[in-house]
Write a protein of this length. Structure first.
Length: 115
């Protein structure tokens, strides 16, 4: 039986299933189900099925890449620079959280204005 190849991103379904992720990531089914059961993985459970919205999945992949890059660079730093990197990381995380909240507020205001 031939392996299914990943399609172009545009042609992927809106909600990616375990089968879709297996094809995209080219890992075995057990790894996919481990992902779906991780608290940090932004999946949705519909009955017994797990799915993830494709753009959220893409964003999650990007964040994992950044996290891995940060960790590999972090390990090579001196303890003083590690503390500085941690401080910068948490400041950036707080900034992004505030920015997202502000964006949501603006969206709500526009919706109220035109709604």
């Amino acid at each position: 039986m031939e392996k299914e190849e990943a399609k172009q991103w545009k042609s992927e379904p809106l909600l990616l299933s375990a089968k879709d992720l297996k094809r995209i990531l080219r890992v075995n089914q057990n790894h996919i189900y481990e992902l779906f059961h991780q608290e940090s993985f932004p999946s949705i459970r519909i009955g017994k099925r797990f799915v993830i919205e494709k753009n959220i999945f893409r964003e999650w992949l990007k964040q994992q890449s950044w996290k891995n890059e940060f960790i590999s660079n972090y390990k090579s730093l001196t303890p003083e620079k590690q503390r500085l990197a941690e401080k910068m990381f948490w400041e950036a995380a707080e900034f992004l959280k505030d920015w997202e909240a502000d964006s949501n507020d603006r969206t709500g205001n526009v919706t109220e204005f035109f709604g």
